[in-house]
Design a binder for this molecule. Structure first.
Ligand code: 5AD
Ligand code: SF4
Length: 440
């Protein structure tokens, strides 16, 4: 086996893509590839793409165009497209951009070594079928080298909810949960390699229903409790959740599982019942607010985060006001908001669209409100003591950066903090996007 080949991976989109990219590099390891951070040095460039909104795919095509010169200089350079754009566009990518050699969907990247082998002598490879075998069973061995203190771990993938705006059920496929044993052994491997915080990932992570080690089905809460027993693992998080799958045992875990962090990303998308219905969300604004109340009763200091879409077809000023009012009621510490964009093949794409200028105007209003809430909640941390997991050095000499329980970035100046350590920090200042504090 040759060991001198290098792969450069660029990741777009969600955290699951970050996880997938890591696994793709590992898979290519069996063909002698190592990761590089410099595209000029690479024998293969792999774009791990996102299809969730319009501009994401366009960005991929323009990025691909930029590799033209590199490919002229290095005719043996292989260019691959992975992820959800690969899944959705398939062969179209090679048609639109002939310099692409390889296209692989998110459920078939365990076949990368085989696909890469076919690229010799100008061959092309494409794999976007949903395969019979499970990629994680094929890629069961993870490396042993040291790694950063915070890691992602996919536990569930795909979605059966079919929100009218969303491509995920088409690109990632049906909802599938990984067996608990597989997840636990991966978690143990990560902890042995220096990981102190694991974020469990899934498009519908709280719908997790994998086979437990006893053979019975486990819920996400049950899985979290088992992870709670792993020595050396300090923190557990999970994302992204659907309100309808926020089961009582999971809410209870937020009250009593000490390693489960007080942060919850619970997208509602809209505060208007009419729009929620048109979105096929199968919950109402009221049921969401009730749920938030229940979660806050279990864990009063929990920091809430959400996703919002503005300008969904038929959204009136009144509907938008409903969203604003819901945000005012919940008070988010963090949120992601988007203008609705039509996705081919989804039901809402066929409907009459709202003018772009109106979407932009609503997005600004919503983001101003969220920014103010975020700032207020962050400012309230001043004077409080939080626990910080230190992840890396800061930009200035002697500065270290980590995350609080609430996922706020915290800067501390100290010579005595190691990466991966968990320390008590008193917050002294709130800046635009981070907090500053002192070790206690
Ligand atoms: N347009 C705009 N935003 C979208 N999202 C998903 N699909 C679309 C779309 N077509 C947003 C939702 C989701 C997040 C991941 O992306 O808010 O929760
Ligand atoms: Fe998309 Fe809705 Fe499924 Fe989330 S729950 S992945 S928004 S279809």
């Amino acid at each position: 086996m040759s060991t001198s080949k290098k792969v450069f991976v660029k990741t777009y989109g969600c955290q699951m893509n970050v996880y997938d990219s890591e696994r793709m590099v590992e898979a290519l390891g069996s063909n002698g590839y190592e990761q590089t951070a410099t595209p000029e040095e690479a024998d293969m460039i792999l774009l791990n793409t996102c299809h969730i909104r319009e501009k994401a795919a366009e960005k991929v095509y323009s990025e691909l165009g930029r590799f033209k010169e590199l490919k002229v200089e290095k005719p043996n350079l292989k260019i691959g497209v992975a992820g959800c754009v690969a899944q959705a566009e398939g062969e179209e990518i090679m048609r639109r951009q002939p310099l692409v050699d390889l296209v692989v969907g998110p459920q078939s990247y365990h076949r990368l070594p085989e696909l890469e082998s076919k690229l010799e002598n100008g061959g092309k490879s494409i794999e976007t079928d949903f395969p019979e075998e499970d990629k994680f069973t094929v890629l069961k061995n993870r490396p042993t080298g040291k790694r950063a203190p915070s890691a992602f771990l996919t536990v569930q993938e795909g979605c059966d909810k079919f929100c009218a705006f969303c491509v995920v059920p088409y690109t990632r496929g049906a909802e599938v949960s990984r067996p608990a044993e597989q997840i636990l052994s991966e978690a143990r491997n990560l902890v042995e390699r220096g990981v102190r915080e694991i974020t469990l990932l899934g498009q519908n992570v709280n719908a997790y229903h994998g086979v437990g080690i006893t053979g019975k089905e486990w819920t996400l809460a049950r899985l979290i409790w088992e992870l709670n027993y792993i020595d050396g693992l300090h923190r557990i998080r999970f994302t992204t959740s659907h309100p309808n799958d926020m089961a009582d045992d999971l809410i209870e875990a937020h009250a009593s599982c000490t390693k489960l962090m007080p942060y919850l990303h619970l997208p509602v998308q809209s505060g208007s019942n009419k729009i929620l219905k048109r979105m096929n969300r199968s919950h109402t604004a009221e049921s969401y607010l009730k749920l938030i109340e229940k979660i806050r009763a279990a864990r009063p200091d929990i920091l809430l985060s959400g996703d919002f879409i503005v300008g969904f077809p038929e959204e009136t000023e009144e509907d938008f006001e409903d969203t604003i009012n819901l945000i005012k009621e919940v008070k988010y510490g963090q949120a992601f908001s988007f203008k609705y964009s039509t996705r081919p093949g989804t039901p809402a794409a066929e409907r009459a669209q709202i003018p772009e200028s109106l979407k932009t105007e609503r997005l600004h209003r919503l983001q101003d409100l969220i920014a103010a809430q975020q700032r207020e909640i962050q400012d309230q941390m001043v004077g409080r003591t939080v626990r910080v997991l230190f992840e890396k050095k800061g930009r200035f000499a002697g500065q270290m950066v980590g995350k609080s329980e609430y996922l706020h970035a915290v800067h501390v100046t100290s010579e005595n903090v190691a990466i991966g350590s968990l320390e008590s920090v008193r917050i002294t200042k709130s800046k635009s996007n981070s907090l500053t504090g002192e070790l206690i």
